[in-house]
Structure formats: structure tokens, C-alpha cells
Design a protein around this ligand. Structure first.
Ligand code: FAD
Ligand code: SF4
Length: 562
């Protein structure tokens, strides 16, 4: 048990019991998956005249505050959910106007002819959006239908019935100081009981991770694989802006054996979203995804867009990229995993928002049918069955070999993805599987040379602290650290000694710093207030010693239109 968990349970003993609220369905996470599920439940309730109470808990201070995406959005699932989304004012305003796929060397860019682009890289019919704004709008639709949305309330704990089925969740306590002592602002968390609880926390959900373990949902599945996506939002010179232009790159600055690439999307209002994705199975502990991103922006084919521009926001988030082979069992007694908490993202398209919406809808259909039949706390098996028959399953099946091929290196990957997607059109007779969890992939630092990254120029390239500053990240400082260590000696004795302290480089918010004590000894300092909730440390820490738990409600980034 982590210190935070033991503190919480002793406070419960002292100040409990907690107040409880009863719902038919509780949804954890107000992203595309959770909100789509809530909307679908209320639509069905209205259509079939069967009242259903639904609430959505969101850890961000407002809906959208913790949403960071690309994003080019495929509207297929949204159209199924709200066919009149245009009339309802959905912020899908910029249709994709051009696709460019570039292979980069340090100074050159080679454009792939469009006829050679597999369908997964073609975005005709899609929209360049701010997913955070789409989520804010989905929240309005949900509330208009009667969904109760509670922003600023992280679900911190799963509640179980005596028979082991999920009975809901409890929100975290508020007003506890760093040492775990209640302050004058202390408030015990609340319990939210539900006949069914849907978990929609996004990539590497904190509670989702516990459910995977408790119900052995990954049994016989390939280990999940993740990437970190780091993004900046820029306002650029209108003369350089081309609304709807979508650019993806592979190659420089990453080594050919490291999975990753970039995106650069021209939104509305002269804004450009630029970001870099690095697979977390990388082996070189000296690699810094943040610095690779900064270096990428200096490529002449990329830097040209930012001349005279201004960076307006920054953030990072993990991406669940294992696809169909790593998709866990979706249901357990009393609930289900939806969206990226399960892992529905299509890595070949770097798209998961449509999949999140679709999975939320299918889980909602199953939950509604169960409620109508008078059921509770059992498995919603209609949901995985509907998924197997859905277009989403077909899409993920076609994409199933993309990530495993690309993990074999850029050249082999590009060749085999070409064969798989262009010639065989996803109907290859083979299915490759990921064999290693990302945290097992680092090799000792002694096998590598440190990477000399260029210094930031503060115009095009920046350091991490000035970047975190514009993510508007904030946590109440006097609260238990939400980045818990199972064993406090591991960072120095293993991570620093063997891997040269990789957490000081993979964290995009400079949360982890190795400093010297007065006695000259190494110590890990955790600047938890900077954490942008990307979850990379929870995924990549080599011995899985770092455990991310929910901080006090409302803490974390405050992204505008990311
Ligand atoms: C850099 C990057 C680029 C991407 N580009 C694209 C793209 O171009 N197109 C595309 O379609 N997809 C893209 N994606 C993927 C897409 O963003 C995700 O697939 C999608 O957001 C998943 O939706 P979700 O609802 O499952 O999770 P999320 O969008 O992550 O939402 C989860 C929500 O739950 C909240 N939450 C988490 N835990 C708790 C808790 N315990 N209690 C309460 N609230 C909680 C979070 O704060 C968040 O608001 C990209 C992702 C990244 C990181
Ligand atoms: S501490 Fe962990 S979750 Fe927070 S920003 Fe750093 S890597 Fe991401």
C-alpha cells in the first residue's frame, strides 16, 4: 500500500463514514469516451422512456482542462452519436485540406507521393480540431440531456461489493497536508455508488490499472505499449498559415530504431498544433523525448512555419498504442473500460478520439439494456460482443500490425507497413505481437553515450520549466505527493546507478531531479506541483517503482484549446 493510500484509509477510519450518492451509472473521466457514454445513456433513456441517472467525474478543474490531443478527428463516431453535430455547433470547423507525409534527414525532407500513402495516413473528410474544445462542447450536450458532471473531482478509489463486483468509486479527500494531516480545509471524499461504473480515464488510467490487475483483464493479451506525445500550440504569421494542412514526419531526429514521429496541424485562427510522439519502448536511457521534440522543430521544413510566430501553450500526454492484440477484456462484474483506458487508439492513424466515442457508445448501449432488464453489478457482455461486430473492430484489425512493424525500425517498418497496408490492405495472413512491456526495454547507461542536445534559443526552442509554465499547471503545494515511490531507495540505487536517472529526462515537466544532499549524497527531488499528468513515469519507470495516484481535485494542467 502506498503512503497516500494508507493515509487515506486512516483518515476514513477517523472521520468516516463518507457520504454516498446513488446513481445507475457512474462514469470516471470526462473525455470523449466518458461523455459519449453519458450522452448515449441519456438519449436511450429519453427514447425508451426509462429514467437513468448518470454522473461523470472529471479530475480537471473544468471539462477539457486535462485534454491534450493532436488532433485530426475522424467524425464517424460523432455522427453516430449526434448526427446533427453541425447544427449543434460542434467545434469541428477546419476540414483537412492537404496531407503531407515527410521522411526527414537532418537537413532534407522527402515527401511521399500521395498515391503511395496508405489509407491510414490520408485524412480527407476529417477535421483539424482542439479536442479540449470538442470535449467542452460534448459536456454541454451531456448536461443539456441531464447528465450530472462534476469537474474537480478525481475518482481516487474503487469500491467493491462483498462478492467482488465493482460498486462505484470514492473521490479523494481534500485539505490534507504533505504529511497526511487534515488542515482547516479538510473534507472527506464522497462515495458514488452505481449499478454500473464505466472507467474512461484515458491512457494509463490510475484506476483502470488497478482493475486490469484485480480482474486479470490482460490474461493472454500482448503487453500494452505506450508512447509519449508532447505538444505545443503556436500562433503563426497569417501568411504562413494554411487552414487544414496536415503534416506528419518520420525519421530525424530520432534514431532509426526508435519508434516515433511528428504531427503539425494547421487549425483555425492562425493556430498550429505541433507535436512529437516517441514510443516508450526506447532502450537508450539518455534519450529525452522533450529534447527530441525541440530539435525536430529546428528542421528547415518545420521551422519555416514558426518564423515570427508565438508559442501559446504546451503539454504532454501518454498514448495507448498496443491496438487490438493488447486490448484487455473490456468488462468485469459491475463495470467496463472504455476509450484509451482500455486502449482503443488506432496507432497507424494516431487517432483515438473517434474510437473513444464509439467504445463509450457501445458500453452505454450494454449498460442501458442491462438496467432496463433490472440487472446490476454483473458483466456487460453485450459491449465486447458489439465491439467485435463493429467498424471499430474492423479498423483496428486492419491496423493490427502497424505498431509491431514500426517497432522493428524505420526502414523495415516502412517497407512492411507499405506491404501490409498498400498491397495486402490489412488482410495479411500474419498478426504480430508486442512481447515486452515498455518499462523492461531500457538498457544500462554504460552501453550508451550521453546525448548532447542543443541549448534552447527561447524563440523556437525552449526548456522544460518555461514550457510547463504555459501549461498553467498548478497543484496545491501542501498535499501528499501524488507521485508515490514503492521503495524510496530505488531511484538512486537502481535508476541512477544503472540507468543514469532516466526519469530526469523522460518526464516532460522536469518533475524529477537528482540533487546532492549537504553530505554530498545523491537524492531524488520530486517537484510534484509541475506534473502535467501525462503518466509517462508510471509507464516507463524500469522497476515500476513510481506509482501515479490522483492529487487533490482540480490540480494539474489547465489546458486552453489543446
Ligand atoms: C499528442 C497526442 C496526439 C493525438 N492526436 C490525435 C489525433 O490527431 N486524432 C485523434 O483522434 N486522437 C488523437 N490522440 C488520441 C486521443 O487524444 C485519445 O484517443 C482520446 O483523447 C481518448 O479519449 P478518452 O476519453 O479515452 O481519454 P482522455 O481524452 O484522456 O480523457 C480522459 C479524461 O478523464 C479524466 N480522468 C482521468 N483519470 C480520472 C480520475 N481518476 N477521476 C476523474 N477524472 C479522471 C482526465 O482528466 C481526462 O479529462 C492523440 C493523443 C495525444 C496524446
Ligand atoms: S511526473 Fe510523471 S505523470 Fe507527471 S509530468 Fe512527469 S512523467 Fe508525466
Amino acid at each position: 500500500m502506498t503512503t497516500n493510500a494508507s493515509t487515506a484509509s486512516s483518515l476514513l477510519e477517523q472521520y468516516g463514514p463518507r457520504e454516498a450518492m446513488e446513481y445507475d451509472v457512474v462514469i470516471v473521466g470526462g473525455g470523449p469516451a466518458g461523455l459519449a457514454a453519458s450522452i448515449r445513456l441519456k438519449q436511450l433513456a429519453a427514447e425508451q422512456n426509462h429514467e437513468v441517472s448518470v454522473c461523470v467525474l472529471e479530475k480537471g478543474g473544468e471539462l477539457g482542462a486535462h485534454i491534450l490531443s493532436g488532433a485530426v478527428m475522424d467524425p464517424q463516431a460523432l455522427t453516430e452519436l449526434l448526427p446533427n453535430w453541425k447544427e449543434l455547433g460542434a467545434p469541428l470547423n477546419t476540414a483537412v485540406s492537404e496531407d503531407r507525409f515527410l521522411f526527414l534527414t537532418e537537413s532534407k525532407a522527402y515527401k511521399t507521393p500521395n498515391f503511395m500513402l496508405p489509407a491510414c495516413f490520408q485524412n480527407h473528410g476529417n477535421y483539424v480540431v482542439s479536442l479540449a474544445n470538442v470535449v467542452r462542447w460534448l459536456g454541454q450536450q451531456a448536461e443539456a440531456l441531464g447528465v450530472e458532471v462534476f469537474p474537480g473531482f478525481p475518482a481516487a478509489e474503487i469500491l467493491y461489493n462483498d462478492d467482488g463486483s465493482v460498486r462505484g468509486v470514492a473521490t479523494g479527500n481534500m485539505g490534507v497536508d504533505r504529511a497526511g494531516i487534515p488542515t482547516a480545509a479538510f473534507q472527506l471524499g464522497m462515495e458514488l455508488h452505481a449499478k454500473y461504473t464505466l472507467f474512461a480515464e484515458g491512457a494509463r488510467g490510475h484506476l483502470g490499472k488497478q482493475l486490469l490487475e484485480k480482474f486479470d483483464l490482460n490474461k493472454d493479451k500482448a503487453p500494452q505499449s505506450y508512447a509519449i506525445g508532447i505538444k505545443e500550440l503556436w500562433e503563426i504569421d497569417p501568411a504562413l498559415h494554411q487552414p487544414g494542412l496536415v503534416i506528419h514526419t518520420a525519421g530525424w531526429p530520432l534514431a532509426n530504431d526508435t519508434y516515433g514521429g511528428s504531427f503539425l496541424y494547421h487549425l483555425e485562427n492562425n493556430q498550429v498544433a505541433v507535436g512529437y510522439v516517441v514510443g516508450l519502448a526506447y532502450d537508450n536511457p539518455y534519450l529525452s523525448p522533450f529534447e527530441e521534440f525541440q530539435r525536430y522543430k529546428t528542421h528547415p521544413e518545420i521551422s519555416k512555419f514558426f518564423k515570427g510566430g508565438k508559442r501559446v501553450s504546451y503539454g504532454a500526454r501518454a498514448i495507448t498504442a498496443g491496438g487490438l492484440q493488447s486490448l484487455p477484456k473490456l468488462v468485469f462484474a459491475g463495470g467496463a473500460l472504455i476509450g484509451c483506458d482500455a486502449g482503443f487508439l488506432n496507432a497507424s492513424r494516431i487517432k483515438g478520439s473517434h474510437a473513444a466515442i464509439k467504445s463509450g457508445m457501445m458500453a452505454a448501449d450494454a449498460a442501458f439494456a442491462a438496467l432496463q432488464g433490472g440487472r446490476q453489478y454483473d458483466e456487460l457482455s453485450d459491449y465486447p460482443q458489439a465491439f467485435e461486430k463493429s467498424w471499430l473492430h474492423e479498423e483496428l484489425h486492419v491496423a493490427r500490425n502497424f505498431k509491431p512493424w514500426m517497432s522493428k525500425g524505420l526502414y523495415t517498418g516502412a517497407l512492411m507497413v507499405g506491404i501490409d497496408q498498400l498491397i495486402l490492405r490489412g488482410k495479411a495472413p500474419w498478426t504480430l505481437r508486442n512481447t515486452h512491456a515498455d518499462h523492461t526495454c531500457l538498457r544500462p547507461a554504460a552501453e550508451f553515450q550521453p546525448i548532447a542536445y542543443p541549448k534552447p534559443d527561447n524563440t523556437l526552442t525552449f526548456d522544460r520549466l518555461s514550457s510547463v509554465f504555459i501549461s498553467n499547471t498548478n497543484h496545491v503545494e501542501d498535499q501528499p505527493i501524488h507521485l508515490t515511490l514503492k521503495d524510496a531507495s530505488v531511484p538512486v540505487d537502481i535508476n541512477l546507478a544503472r540507468y543514469a536517472g532516466p526519469e530526469a529526462r523522460y518526464c516532460p515537466a522536469a518533475v524529477y531531479e537528482f540533487v546532492k544532499t549537504d553530505a554530498g549524497e545523491d537524492r531524488l527531488q520530486i517537484n510534484a506541483q509541475n506534473c502535467v499528468h501525462c503518466k509517462t513515469c508510471d509507464i516507463k519507470d524500469p522497476t515500476q517503482n513510481i506509482v501515479w495516484v490522483t492529487p487533490e481535485g482540480g490540480g494539474g494542467p489547465n489546458y486552453p484549446n489543446m
